[in-house]
Write a protein that binds this ligand. Structure first.
Ligand code: ZN
Ligand code: ZN
Length: 212
């Protein structure tokens, strides 16, 4: 562990999450897609740039790069004397790359009719906002220690998998441990927990994992 922090997405409550968890640095951000609930905390990266005097690199797919450049262009700037704005750089990725000695694999998944990224970081995969996993992406999900996977609600939804589909994918992917994420308020922790097969848990804010 070299202490670097890799963040996946910048939700609108990033600042509160950082205060809650007490993290004071962000060394890279992987964006799954650019919907507001995953992107609009981007301005809060400013605090990390400022206290660490560090430019933060962002990684995502081509269309997401264009979106961030057009909507949040003011955040993309080289490091200089002024740290009052976020100081970010952005890189388009479409293949595995390395960050701080760990292999990062972008995994294409469908989110309704757009293709977005899940990410594999070492043997952990984070897959939010998914409605379907393309056949070709399954080989990128083999031998996982931990899978975090979308599970929106009980009813079907056009852009997210529901409980039944989520459990079905968990069974196909066969990670050692799986955690359901991105639930709506309609799902209650205890009730949902009791419906799940072994080695599948309901995620919650502040949940922590130790992975070798
Ligand atoms: Zn979304
Ligand atoms: Zn979302």
């Amino acid at each position: 562990d070299t202490g670097e922090v890799i963040l996946i997405d910048t939700g609108p409550d990033l600042r509160l999450q950082a205060l809650r968890e007490g993290f004071t640095r962000v060394d890279a951000v992987l964006y799954t897609h650019t919907h507001a609930d995953h992107l609009h905390g981007i301005d809060d990266l400013r605090g990390f740039c400022q206290i660490n005097r560090q430019q933060i690199p962002l990684y995502t797919y081509k269309e997401a790069v264009s979106h961030i450049e057009s909507k949040f262009g003011y955040t993309l700037r080289p490091p200089g004397q002024f740290w009052g704005f976020p100081v970010l750089s952005i890189t388009e990725v479409d293949a595995p790359f390395e960050l701080f000695g760990t292999k990062i694999t972008p995994i294409p998944v469908m989110h309704g009719n757009i293709q977005i990224f899940a990410y594999r970081i070492g043997n952990i995969a984070y897959m939010t906002d998914v409605s379907a996993i393309p056949e070709s992406s399954f080989e990128l999900l083999e031998d996982l220690d931990l899978l975090l996977i979308d599970c929106l609600r009980t009813e079907k939804h056009p852009t997210h998998i529901n409980i039944e589909q989520s459990i079905d994918y968990v069974g196909q992917i066969k990670a050692k441990q799986s955690v359901l994420i991105h639930m709506t308020h309609e799902l209650e922790y205890e009730t949902l927990s009791q419906q799940l097969p072994e080695k599948v848990e309901v995620g919650y804010d502040g949940m922590k994992f130790q992975i070798k």
